[in-house]
Ligand binder design. Structure first.
Ligand code: MG
Length: 399
């Protein structure tokens, strides 16, 4: 990022990005405007903001948000440290007015070019930003778009007519402009333009088309969120967990969320479910989020005697919050007794139940230690677990 500032001083024309995040769109659900709804663990706005921050051609960013969302936007910007200037202002009653206000806020900084991007398009590949910036060297207005490939029909309930798709384009953002041209055009524009290319064209300028990107789709409904989440580049990682508890007096043990009659009990601060503890740690390990003791300190009396399904459910929720999915859990229980096999189906069913939304494959194995060591002497038992999860990688790959 530091190099960017040096580039600017080396007489490159200054290019600003204006992110429009002032919409009231509640159709996507979640009770907040969609640009602040979570996508894979981060507010929607973060995704395109991150792409623009990371792009070497962008020197300054202006965000316009709705009244009452300044604080939320400030928190988001603060969570993404960068040395390029980022300003936030309140937009207007319409998208067009919001863009105009954003342009006015940028004007004192003297940008020569500006890219106007909708926060509702979270996936913004660097290659798309580059295409717009390169075309701006030649043209006063640049619009990324994709050709319409589906057949088009007009009608309500029944088809009334065929619409030729030749020469039709699906228009995206970021749209790029020579700054003074778009500022002047906005000053003079009548209300009701659907985008800034229309505003520029009203002022008599040509707008040049460049190839858009299928991933840069606009999120409108809750279903769009699921679709965009599937398009995120993901990585698959594995975490491991290990746990031991000692035997003491008692008549049953809790193992993998199931109570099993036995002539001893496992001792511990909670219910001492060694299987669920190892599995919880494996999931936390895959998330890189500490261990069970960090989340549920044994020194805290509220976890005394608590059922360990709480711990596993918490790890599963952390995974969900991070946009991760638990794919596979492989658990090995180590003891001489009790026999595990008769209880295996119930244990697997219970683990699946606790991890429900993730629907992972569960493998549950048991072994003795050939009478060796503390397990062989039946002083205690141990469990080892692996959890494999898939989670979104930050940013949008160019693949
Ligand atoms: Mg434990």
């Amino acid at each position: 990022m530091t190099d960017k500032r040096q580039d600017v001083s080396a007489a490159q024309p200054m290019t600003a990005a204006l992110i429009v995040a002032a919409g009231r769109g509640l159709r996507a659900g979640g009770g907040v405007p969609k640009q602040f709804r979570m996508l894979a663990g981060r507010p929607l706005l973060c995704w395109s903001l991150e792409s623009l921050i990371a792009h070497p051609d962008i020197d300054r960013i202006q965000i316009v948000v709705g009244e009452g969302e300044m604080e939320l936007a400030r928190e988001i910007v603060a969570s993404m440290p960068t040395d390029i200037p980022i300003a936030i202002d309140v937009g207007g009653a319409s998208r067009q007015l919001s863009v105009y206000r954003g342009l006015l806020a940028l004007a004192p900084h003297g940008p020569e070019r500006v890219l106007v991007h909708d926060a509702a398009r979270p996936l913004l590949p660097a290659s798309l930003i580059s295409r717009v910036c390169i075309a701006l060297r030649q043209y006063p207005g640049v619009c990324p778009a994709l050709p319409v490939t589906d057949s088009l029909r007009r009608g309500q309930g029944v088809i009334e007519s065929e619409v030729p798709r030749d020469g039709l384009w699906r228009v995206q953002t970021p749209q790029g402009f020579h700054f003074q041209a778009i500022l002047t055009a906005h000053k003079a524009a009548a209300a009701g333009a659907t985008d800034d290319c229309e505003v520029l064209r009203q002022a008599g300028h040509d707008v040049h088309l460049v190839v858009g990107d299928e991933r840069t789709l606009k999120v409108t409904s809750a279903g769009d969120f699921a679709l965009v989440e599937q398009l995120l580049p993901r990585i698959t990682v594995t975490g491991s967990g290990f746990d031991v508890h000692r035997f003491g007096d008692g008549q049953s043990i809790w193992l993998c969320g199931v109570e099993i009659p036995h002539d001893r009990s496992l001792l511990g601060h909670s219910d001492a479910d060694v299987g669920l503890h190892a599995l919880t740690d494996a999931i936390l390990g895959a998330l890189g989020d500490g261990d069970i003791g960090v989340h549920f300190p044994p020194s805290d009396p509220q976890w005394k005697g608590v059922s360990s399904d709480r711990f596993l459910a918490h790890a599963a929720q952390l995974a969900s919050d991070a946009g991760a999915r638990i794919l596979h859990c492989d658990l090995t229980l180590m003891c001489e007794a009790p026999r595990i096999k008769p209880h295996r189906p119930a244990m697997i069913a219970r683990i699946k139940e606790i991890l429900a939304p993730h629907d992972p494959i569960i493998s549950l194995k048991a072994t003795t230690t050939e009478k060796l060591g503390f397990i062989g002497r039946e002083e205690g038992m141990a469990a080892h677990a692996l959890a494999t999860i898939t989670l979104p990688a930050a940013g949008v790959s160019e693949a």
